[in-house]
Design a protein around this ligand. Structure first.
Ligand SMILES: [Zn+2]
Length: 320
């Protein structure tokens, strides 16, 4: 399968707790130009990557929200595949610090010849997750931050933000008569001397290019961090384990309902909302489960909405 966009979400699995006949355990790959972040590999992720056309060598980072099985059991298989395929770059793996013993188990779960290059990054609080030596270099300037969520065990959500920059305005370039290789020169040198001796600076013919952003929020009750992670993002992936009629269960087990997730997205100004991590209790042969989640979200959110299915591909919305 080929990518439909340079920046897109590939949904590997959408079920919470246990897989169903139609939904694999959780799992998501975010492609961002030359980077690919694997979030929360649940059981079966290695096979879902094959079905989705995501080779292990594409993965540049693995980010776990917490160490429940539906968010991490697949790490063992993915790590062994990274090793088997001889992936040459270093792959950082971030996770809540309290989950480190289980991460270490999963990274060394059976007998195999270790060729993988991993760097474990235990998270202890709201942080910018650092880049590490040996990582595949990123063309875009992006920052990954983590914030503590409110779940039964320590859990972190993630936010990826591209730095704001500028780009050439074709109209302004044309007005100054700049074209062809001169555009590259102006980009490289920051200024260009025209044939008449006039110097044009890059800023004079550029317009702001706001950075794009993405947030990944799993397994949490409503809390401040949800809104902070989701604030103004282009694409939000968020758990909606329950429907509102089971709001008491959601609260008891540290989860969101579809309406809570959608309202948080609306309040945060999210452009494209992806609901996922559905409880198996809503699985029904007639497909009414997904419809119910959509109806509930639509009562409070009027942006783009995807009620995720396995193997969905969701492009990051075009830059405003
Ligand atoms: Zn979960």
């Amino acid at each position: 399968m080929t990518r439909t966009a340079a920046r897109e979400l590939v949904v590997l699995g959408t079920s919470s707790q246990v897989p169903t006949r139609t939904r694999n355990h959780n799992g998501y790959v975010l492609y961002w130009d030359d980077q690919a972040v694997l979030f929360d590999p649940g059981d079966g992720t290695q096979r879902q990557m094959i079905r989705a056309g995501v080779p292990a060598s594409d993965l540049t980072r693995i980010a776990l929200t917490h160490l429940h099985g539906d968010h991490s059991l697949g790490l063992a298989g993915v790590v062994q595949r990274i090793s088997l395929d001889g992936v040459a770059h270093t792959v950082p793996v971030s996770f809540p610090a309290s989950g480190e013993p289980w991460v270490r188990n999963l990274c060394d779960a059976t007998v195999f010849h270790h060729r993988e290059r991993l760097v474990l990054q235990p998270l202890t609080g709201a942080v910018v997750v650092p880049r590490v030596p040996g990582e595949r270099p990123s063309r875009a300037t992006v920052t990954l931050t983590a914030r503590r969520l409110d779940h039964g065990i320590e859990a972190f959500g993630y936010r990826l933000r591209e730095a704001d920059s500028t780009s050439f305005d074709p109209g302004l370039l044309a007005a100054r008569g700049i074209s062809g290789p001169d555009v590259g020169r102006l980009q490289r040198d920051g200024s260009l001397t025209l044939p008449d001796g006039v110097v044009v600076r890059r800023e004079e013919v550029s317009v702001p290019r706001p950075g794009q952003s993405f947030a990944f929020v799993m397994d949490t009750r409503l809390c401040d961090a949800v809104g902070e992670l989701a604030d103004g993002v282009d694409l939000l992936v968020i758990e909606s384990t329950y429907l509102e009629r089971d709001a008491a269960l959601a609260s008891e087990y540290g989860h969101l309902t579809a309406r809570q997730a959608a309202r948080a997205a609306a309040e945060a100004g999210v452009r494209h909302l992806v609901l996922t991590h559905f409880s198996q209790r809503y699985e029904s042969a007639d497909g009414s489960g997904p419809l119910a989640f959509e109806r509930e979200a639509r009562t409070v959110f009027d942006g783009d909405l995807t009620v995720a299915n396995d193997l969905d591909r969701v492009p990051v919305p075009r830059r405003r």
